[in-house]
Design a protein around this ligand. Sequence first.
Ligand code: PMV
Length: 348
Amino acid sequence: MNSKRKKIIADFTQNPVTAQAYANIALIKYWGKRSVELNLPAVGSISLTLDALKTTTTLQFDESLESDTLHLDHRNVAGKPLERITQFLDTAVQTGDRPKAKIVSSNSFPTGAGLASSASGFAALAVAVNEAMNLHLTKEELSILARQGSGSAARSIYGGFAEMMCGTSLDDDQDDFAIQLEDESYWDLRLLIAVTSTDKKETGSTEGMVRTAKSSPFYTGWVESQQADLDEMRRAIKKKNFAKVGELTEHSCFKMHGLAMSGRPPLLYWNGATTEMIHTIWNLRTKGTAAYITMDAGPQVKVLCQPGNSELVKQAMLSVKGVKQIIEAKPGPGAAIVTDNQIKVKNS
Ligand code: PMV
C-alpha cells in the first residue's frame, strides 16, 4: 500500500507506554468503503469527540513474548479482536518483523455496542505505537495509522470537531486522514447517550457496509449526496448555528440507517427502546426544546443539545422504558500519551 507515512526505522522501546483517546460521534456519518482491504472510506465524515467515552491503553513490546496478548476490560481476549490488533501492529511496523506486544486496554463505557469503542481503541493504540516505536508521526500520519484499524478512529486523533477526508484512489491512502475543524473548547454542547442494550452487535460495521453497498438501490445516492451534507455541516459549525447542526445531524443519521435498512437482507440496528426514544425526542422538539438524534451501528440513541437543556432532555430520555443508563458527554480532547498521570500532548 502507498502510505503517506514515512518509511519506518524501527526503534522499539520495551518500556510500557500508555495512551488515552476518546470516542467520537459522527454528525455526518461515514458508511461504505471504497476498499475493504485497505479500509478506505467511500465518503467523508464530520465528528465530535466526546469526553465521557474514554479508552486507556498500555502497550508494551516484549522480546520474550511468543505472541501478542490482549487484556480488554479486565479479561484476556483472543480470537477476532486480538487478530485485528496483531494485523494493526504488523501494518504499523510495515516489515512484520517486530517484538510481540502486550496490550492492556479499558473503556469507560460498554465495548462493541455501538458506542464507538473501536474509534477510541485504535486511536489510543496508534498514539501508543507511535511512542513505543519512536515514529514521530505527524497528526495526519497518526490519523492514517488509526484509520487502518477502524475508519472512525482516524477522527479520534483530534479533540472537538474533526473532518475525515476521503480520497479517490483504490490502492493509495495518502488522502484518507482526518483534520481538526475546531478544538474541544470551541463550542459548549452536550451529547446525551441512552444505553438501551449492552449486548455486542450482531452485524459489525464493515459487514454492514459491504452488504448495503452491494445490495441497496440507494447506495449511489448516498455517496453522491454526501459532499453537500459535509459542506453544509462545516458552514453550520463555523456559524455555531445549533438548529442547522442538529437538523443536518439527524438527516445524516436517518439517511444512513435508511440505507442500511434498504440492503438485502435488511439491516436494522434498533430495538424497541430506540424507536420509543426517537418519538420522545421528536415530541420534545415539537414542544420547543432543541434536541437532535443520532445513532450508529447499534441501538443506543445519542441526543445533541445545548447545556441549558441537558437536564430536561435527560429526564425525558430516562422516562423511556428499556433505558439502562444515560451518559452525558461534552466535547472531548484528542488522543494523547499519558505520563506520570499527566497527559502529554504530542504536537507534531
Ligand atoms: O469505524 P467503523 O469502520 O467501525 O465505522 C463506523 C461507522 C459509523 O459509526 C456507523 C458512522 C461513523 O461515521 O462513525
